[in-house]
Design a protein around this ligand. Structure first.
Ligand code: PLP
Length: 402
């Protein structure tokens, strides 16, 4: 008999199947608001102009070869990535208690951090993810053996943060639990805590000895301001927390398929930071040996060149402004149409995604009648909307909620 006879069929990935359905649809009005990648107003993938420049630099660099990178990645890259999230004047950097390791984009970063914690974090076996969250959080933490619990996040009534319930769950969680926090632009809801709320969250987490594991997939992409999007992480660092930050450069550099990421570790002492890094390197060696070079070279060039860095910020503004402008246009259309319900959450939310409040049966009509593809939870990617399809999209929403 076959060794694989009893292997059960795994379910297809929701997002990837949605895209397959969209591609197969021949209706000219079809819209894909499922996928989490930036699109221009022509709904085309966007290569950042600054990335094109870095590409040209690489292309013309005769000294470039295809040797292996070090196990922990390129030092100038990991150092710049840590500085990007923690900030120029970070006390943790000044005190040399930061280490960093290059990873396979954000997912690899979360995995590497989770795998390390499953081996060395002794305070708790429980890890809390927001309800709802990006589906991979559960996958990745469950894979390395954590008991994955949820903390309330979205309040369907207010279409905002369920702050009190979130705090209550943090209070009731066993001391020293791991909490996965979205640094900014929460996926899928687009709802972030206010700075006041972050202060409350940090207070409970400190009192309970919880461990913050930040997932930062949208720095600069959310608000257009790199510092504003890093505020929560820096606030926790200022309070003296030890923490992990998983950084993805998929969205903010448009380097999705190149898998450029970084795991930043803020420890209590330089000695701790060094020992943790040594174990992360050991782990990395057994899993991927060493990280992929190409995407990280682009990021390295841009982060370490003042002129290119300034240009990158402009590119980030273009992307975030287009998203913010689509939110406004969608809101305006729904108000014009007199669509039942309140819609200010569309413009209050931040980042690539909006939780529209549409329910699964309405999503079904969106797909079957209007050829508009979104996940059953009513999440839409604002990047799938454009000045050309926004009227059609708004009329479809108006129809399905009536
Ligand atoms: N975390 C969140 C919340 C995300 O939305 C994403 C991308 O969709 C990621 C992490 C990491 O993605 P990647 O592995 O492509 O960097």
């Amino acid at each position: 008999t076959s060794a694989f006879q009893t292997v059960p069929q795994a379910p297809a990935d929701v997002i990837f199947s949605l895209t397959a359905g969209f591609k197969a649809d021949t209706n000219p009005n079809k819209i894909n608001v499922g996928v989490g990648a930036f699109r221009t107003d022509e709904l085309k993938p966007y290569v950042l102009p600054v990335v094109k420049k870095a590409d040209a630099i690489l292309f013309n660099d005769a000294s470039l070869d295809h040797e292996y990178l070090p196990i922990a990645g390129t030092p100038s890259y990991t150092k710049a990535a840590a500085k990007l999230i923690l900030g120029e004047g970070s006390p943790a950097i000044r005190e040399n208690r930061v280490s960093a390791i290059q990873t396979i984009s954000g997912t690899g970063s979360i995995h590497t951090g989770a795998a390390f914690l499953s081996q060395f974090y002794k305070k708790s076996r429980k890890c809390y993810i927001s309800k709802p969250t990006w589906a991979n959080h559960r996958n990745v933490f469950a894979l390395v053996g954590f008991e994955v619990e949820e903390y309330p996040y979205w309040n369907p009534e207010t279409r905002g943060l369920n702050y009190d319930a979130m705090i209550q769950t943090m209070q009731n969680a066993p001391n020293g639990s791991i909490f996965i926090l979205h640094a900014c632009a929460h996926n899928p809801t687009g709802v972030d805590p206010t700075q006041e709320q972050w202060k409350g969250i940090a207070e409970v987490m400190r009192a309970k000895g919880h461990f913050p594991f930040f997932d930062c997939a949208y720095q600069g992409f959310a608000s257009g301001d790199l510092d504003r999007d890093a505020w929560a992480v820096r606030y926790f660092v200022d309070l003296g927390f030890e923490l992990f930050v998983a950084q993805s450069f998929a969205k903010n550099f448009g380097l999705y398929g190149e898998r450029a990421g970084n795991l930043t570790i803020v420890a209590k002492s330089p000695a701790d930071a060094g020992r943790v890094l040594s174990q992360l390197e050991k782990l990395q060696r057994s899993e991927i040996s060493n990280p992929p070079a190409y995407g990280s070279r682009i990021v390295d060039i841009i982060l370490n060149d003042p002129a290119l860095y300034a240009e990158w910020k402009e590119n980030l503004k273009y992307m975030s402004n287009r998203i913010i402008s689509m939110r406004k246009q969608l809101y305006d259309r729904l108000i014009e149409l007199g669509t039942p319900g309140t819609w200010n959450h569309i413009t209050d939310q931040i980042g690539m995604f909006s939780f529209t409040g549409l329910k699964a049966p309405q999503v079904k009509v969106m797909k079957e009648k209007y050829h508009i593809y979104l996940t059953d939870n009513g999440r839409i990617s604002m990047a799938g909307l454009s000045t050309k399809n926004i009227d059609y999209f708004a009329r479809a929403v108006d129809d399905v909620v009536r």
